[in-house]
Ligand binder design. Structure first.
Ligand code: NAG
Ligand code: NAG
Ligand code: NAG
Ligand code: NAG
Ligand code: NAG
Ligand code: NAG
Length: 260
């Protein structure tokens, strides 16, 4: 994966999303409330960030007829930047409590990080579903929910949720995910300080990018893949970028006149 370029590109991507995000939020608030929410973006320092402690919860269901018996490899978190001194592998339990539950839609991986610090730059977590006798690794898509709450003020939740389905990438032609190339879900986490809500400190998660892994849209190709043990997995990687260089501060301001 092109981690170096990704890191180099972080600022422009982040500012683009911020810009679009702020613009949409401004429009929405003008329409809904006739009051403008003022957003200031300011560089953070260590004490600011240390105050951002949120509970994060992530569920992802691999839409399939598989179960948690197919699951392998979940248990490690990688943080930091390859080649640098902060790069390390750690047990996933140091980062989040995790489990797998069977649901009617397929196996759901649940990750829960209580009082999660924002102090790291990025993290990734990878897992695989593998072929079992008479039950191949194959999926029609992924469904996820990600929430953040401030343990000091649980009334407000920030949420991102979505479905990455078969056919959502190529002309609506149904596809089946299976094979070596990983499915990568990239999320950005923005710290936001709501002065208008008792200084609520909430992390805003956004899905930044989905890089679909190996998939098949022709029955004959799928058949061939099902017979190839090398293809016998679905690799999913959750990549989290903590955009901790800036804090978005939010205040209310009346539209009726300047200076109010
Ligand atoms: C996400 O939340 C919705 C609505 O609460 C729920 O129907 C769905 O099953 C959830 N999906 C996962 C993967 O937790
Ligand atoms: C999930 O379902 C499989 C097969 O139905 C079962 O063997 C397994 O114990 C279940 N796992 C969990 C965590 O419920
Ligand atoms: C895991 O759960 C336990 C008990 O609820 C909690 O004390 C601990 O902080 C959690 N660990 C993480 C990394 O969130
Ligand atoms: C793709 O998804 C549709 C529903 O959205 C389902 O009817 C179809 O069977 C799926 N195809 C494959 C190949 O998984
Ligand atoms: C994750 O799934 C569990 C079990 O279905 C549910 O209790 C929890 O609310 C879900 N969390 C999110 C963020 O969807
Ligand atoms: C799964 O993909 C990740 C990269 O996203 C890679 O580091 C890992 O080696 C892959 N695992 C397997 C078993 O292929």
């Amino acid at each position: 994966m092109k981690r170096k370029t990704e890191l180099g590109g972080t600022f422009s991507i982040a500012s683009w999303i911020l810009f679009i995000g702020l613009f949409a939020a401004l429009l929405y608030h003008i329409i809904a409330k006739r009051a403008i929410e003022m957003h200031n973006v300011r560089a953070t320092n260590a004490p600011d960030l240390a105050a951002f402690i949120n509970d994060l919860e992530f569920n992802i269901t691999t839409i399939s007829s598989m179960s948690c018996l197919h699951l392998r490899g979940l248990g490690t978190v990688v943080t930091g930047n390859p080649g640098l001194i902060d790069y390390r592998f750690a047990p996933l339990s140091t980062f989040a409590n995790y489990s797998c539950i069977n649901t009617t839609k397929g196996p759901t991986i649940m990750l829960k990080c209580s009082r999660c610090p924002l102090s790291r730059d990025n993290a990734y977590i990878s897992w695989q579903f593998v072929d079992l006798p008479n039950s191949p690794a194959a999926a029609a898509g992924f469904q996820f929910n990600l929430t953040a709450t401030d343990p000091k003020n649980k009334k407000h939740v920030s949420l991102v949720s979505g479905t990455l389905r078969n056919g959502s990438n190529f002309d609506d032609k149904p596809v089946t995910f299976r094979g070596l190339t990983p499915n990568i879900l990239k999320f950005n986490f923005f710290p936001r300080l709501y002065h208008n809500l008792n200084d609520l400190k909430l992390i805003q998660p956004l899905l930044h990018e989905f890089l679909p892994g190996s998939s098949f849209d022709e029955i004959s190709q799928l058949q061939a893949s099902l017979e190839s043990p090398n293809d016998g997995l679905i690799n999913t990687t959750l990549y989290i970028n903590f955009l901790s260089s800036y804090i978005v501060e939010i205040k209310d301001q009346n539209v009726m006149g300047p200076g109010e």
